[in-house]
Design a protein around this ligand. Structure first.
Ligand SMILES: CC(C)(COP(=O)(O)OP(=O)(O)OC[C@H]1O[C@@H](n2cnc3c(N)ncnc32)[C@H](O)[C@@H]1OP(=O)(O)O)[C@@H](O)C(=O)NCCC(=O)NCCS
Length: 209
């Protein structure tokens, strides 16, 4: 469904078909692949990441260029206000996460953030609930890295308890620094009955998890 909102018109004007848009009160929930989003909307999303992840006490946690690259090439869920401003965003990209030797088609969540002035209104939960639906529809497993576990726990995500590894060519490298950060969405519990077994991700520049 395509709404007649200002944002949908703007996206169409810029040549990006909107896959799905739903008006809920004065906000709109949009689901669209990266190549369907206008460069103006993508710039807004990037600016949102810079402001949401800006913590003077934790400069290492700032949102960088490789983090942005990781957020592209999949499906985005956005909440927009009545003027088309992006209030909340997350994306899900395809990765292969290997769980105890079994490669699973995984929806990996990136760039989840809500504008600081709009936080605490349930917008992030709405975005993540829709992201969860995308993962359930298309993937065998969901995963993400975070320091804000309670936000995801209230949406059914679980903490990974096992050791983490990285697959680099023929090598398997232990990545202990991320051990407490990973959360998962078990789409099919029979594929992942145990949260304490080893898992590995494919290699990529920047933060691998
Ligand atoms: C985490 C974040 C995305 C939440 O977005 P939001 O729109 O404020 O989320 P919601 O209003 O839907 O929150 C729902 C619930 O999640 C939990 N929650 C939200 N933010 C939380 C936080 N920072 N710490 C702990 N729990 C949190 C709370 O239980 C909250 O319910 P409550 O408002 O009744 O207390 C937002 O705070 C943010 O952008 N933070 C900076 C970037 C970041 O940390 N992103 C996620 C890490 S990968």
């Amino acid at each position: 469904m395509v709404t007649s909102s200002a944002w949908a018109k703007a996206a169409a004007h810029e040549g990006g078909p909107v896959r799905y848009g739903r008006q809920v009160g004065d906000i709109e929930l949009v689901v669209a692949d990266t190549d369907a989003l206008s460069s103006a909307v993508l710039r807004q999303v990037r600016a949102l990441m810079d402001v949401a992840f800006d913590d003077p006490d934790e400069p290492d946690e700032a949102f960088g260029d490789t983090d942005w690259d990781h957020a592209l090439g999949g499906t985005h869920v956005l909440v927009l206000d009545g003027d088309g401003a992006v209030l909340s965003h997350a994306s899900v990209v395809d990765r292969i996460i290997d769980v105890a030797g079994r490669p699973l088609r995984t929806g990996y969540v990136e760039a989840m953030a809500t504008q600081p002035s709009a936080q605490g209104r349930g917008l992030g939960s709405r975005v993540m609930a829709r992201i969860g639906e995308v993962i359930v529809a298309r993937h065998q497993f969901g995963a993400l890295a975070t320091g804000v576990h309670p936000f995801y726990e209230q949406l059914g995500w679980e903490r990974w308890e096992g050791p983490l590894f990285l697959r680099r060519g023929e090598e398997i490298v232990r990545t202990p620094e991320d051990d407490d950060a990973i959360m998962v969405l078990r789409v099919d519990r029979s594929l992942v009955p145990d949260l304490s077994v080893p898992i590995s991700c494919d290699d990529r520049p920047g933060n691998v998890w």
